[in-house]
Design a protein around this ligand. Sequence first.
Ligand SMILES: [Zn+2]
Length: 268
Amino acid sequence: MMEGEVEPACKQAAVDYLQTALSADPGIKGGEASAPDLAARLAARGMDARPAGTLQAMLPRGEASALEVVYPQYGGLTASLTDASVMLVANQYRVAVGRRDVETLSSTFDVRLQRQAKAWAVTEVIPVSSPAAVAGTPSPAAMSVLAHPGILLPGAARADLLSGAIDDRVSEALLALAQRWKLHVQVIRSGHPINVFATDRVSNHTRGRAVDIWSIDDVPVIDHSTSAWRSVMQAALQVSREVGGPQKIGAGSFTDHVHQDHVHVGFD
Ligand SMILES: [Zn+2]
């Protein structure tokens, strides 16, 4: 998963942190399930437990939990390679002790990291759990994206579309690209840093006007030599003037460290 990545140690640190925090096996002590001790697990691995306070609610008392990371994509990475946001899409599996029915939750996490001495350390974790019910009215275009078998959406992105908060140009761009490619979406609105990372400019994601695609026809964009990222960027430039990806390929496109692992399509 980490091959070819910019700063693979940074993404690995984010994955390790979440998997440590959210892998719980409470067991039974004295006939009663013990509270999952997230802080102790992190401390045992030399990790700072403070940023994990936001995760406690994802570990109900008496439930075992395991986390499967779908993909960790950059939400930001400074040019100096010292500060990062890794947006992780993951499935959390939970089962109450003594039960067999497993509950699966699709969650997106914005994990902030800093390079301290030689290692990357997690400084903040902002989770987005997909809500059971979403208020709002999705447009016909958003409904078409939700129903499309070739557009794979994590829970947070589904909730964004259901809420009616996503610009139809985003939905129409996805539908146009999906005529030729199978697309795995990482993030639309929820789960993305509010500002363009390390700037005071509000991201077009926050306005519901951008989407990040991390995999094309089941090949991750980070596999630069085999992924169809260039063709997808070219097709996206037919409708958008804000297309990010592994290389700048002409007017309206851009690249940087962050966009080595996904194609960004945004609208002003
Ligand atoms: Zn983006």
